[in-house]
Design a protein around this ligand. Sequence first.
Ligand code: CO
Length: 569
Amino acid sequence: MKDTANMKVRITDTTLRDAHQSLWATRMRTDDILKIAEKIDDAGYYSLECWGGATFDVCMRFLRENPWERLRQIKKVCRKTPLQMLLRGQNLLGYKHYPDDVVERFIALACENGMDIFRVFDALNDPRNLEQAIKCVKKYGGHAQGTISYTTSPVHTIDAYVSLAKEQVAMGVDTLCIKDMAGILTPGAARELVGALVKALPELPIQVHSHMTSGMAAAMYMAAVEAGAGCVDCAISTMSSFSSQPPTESVVAILESEGFDTGLDQKKLAEINAYFKGVKAKRQPVSSSKVEAVDAGVLVHAIPGGMISNLRSQLAQQDALDRLDEVLEELPKTRADLGYPPLVTPTSQIVGVQSVLNVLSGKRYSMVTDETKRYAAGYYGRTPAPIEPKLRKKLMGGLKPITCRPADLLKPGLVAAAAELPPNTIKAEEDILSYALFPEVALGYFKWRNADPSKREPIPADVEEAAQAVAPTQKPSAASADAKGSAPAAAVSGTPVLAPLNGTFYRSDAPGKPQMAADGATVKAGDAVCVVEAMKLFNPIKASASGRITFLVEHGKPVTKGQAIASIE
Ligand code: CO
């Protein structure tokens, strides 16, 4: 038997990021965190994951908090344990590639405000998308953790993963994470993959990240650790399991029974856990308490937990929750068509929404989102396997394919972003970065922040309360629509342009960009004339006829499927 006495295995706590993102639609507040931060800092974790795309977005969008301020507040208390964040490579925290200057200033400010470890990943495992982020993390004194976004497909072989790791080592990463976002990594595959990495790169510390969605993660961690992984990601038990990470307390007990020392004390963990039981009572959405503990279906469909809950809420928004099974069946087909991308942000969003559209529209790829178009053309990076040429051409819809690093095509973005902001909107450079990453969301937050406190709308305690607050405006009854004087579909003269989905209506695809069609302009049938943002993606809406267009909905307002958003005469 192997002598494991005194072998150390460290644990990263994901409670403050991935756990509530996976279980509570990311609704943990800064206050919830600060009340327990000192105890967490004291527990002996390797690092505390507390920042990422969804936490940043939800802070501003729903909680009306400044995510930068959250980071500073946590850092003020957590002086011993490194803080960690998840960074989507050239996508930073968003869904598209940002210019290199935006990547650099974002990472510089994150370091300045207290971020220590940056787990840098790319959804397509395209090393060109990691380059600039890794370089900047090193430049500003951070710890760069490279990442393998784990998935299975005919092209995702052990050899391919080892050469991917070697490329990241050449870029200067300090450690490497195997990111199993779907919870599909089996103990056997983990042993093989970690073993191969340790053999090829003996100096490179390996960390493993997984989700309990399929129920395998704790057993997989044990196998990975035995093969040489030095750190695993866990969440405190109340915030663990289901689609979140394995429970810290259980993993500590498992590892210690095999002679590994985690440096964590069960008594301290119990105190932290008792606290989160209280937070859970306030923040856990009722719907998430109905989710099954183990979704064995993941072993069949390989879809990450967070993604399934997204699909569920996207279908609910479209009044089509009963079609979830069809979407789960469609999704692997769409993924294969698109060259087997790992399902992680933003590809999970692209593949997920495209699958939803393929099901709801009744004809596969008859509706293609802008994002799918750009993905097919190479704007997200190299697809793991090539897309079949005829389908690729159809998906690109007139876009020219690219072969270079996508960010090489981008002009510097910081000055332009600052210039777009209305006067007296922002207070610091960090606000420009927030705006560059999430323009509409940041503007909404700045407006809220700058408003008279007595006039601000209240912040819902959890997701259900938020849904109730939004529901009446998203589904206007005929009576309320009449009362506001807006035109119901039946009253439109000319040819109506109908919203194909429930979502938010935009007259342009991003603030500052020219409108696709001005009110009163003459348009041709088939021209993209406006946008409906649904499921976080922008769906260009085409003119239903040729003629003069009159918009019937205000920019930024919710629309429902089948509602007339414009009329063409
Ligand atoms: Co995760």
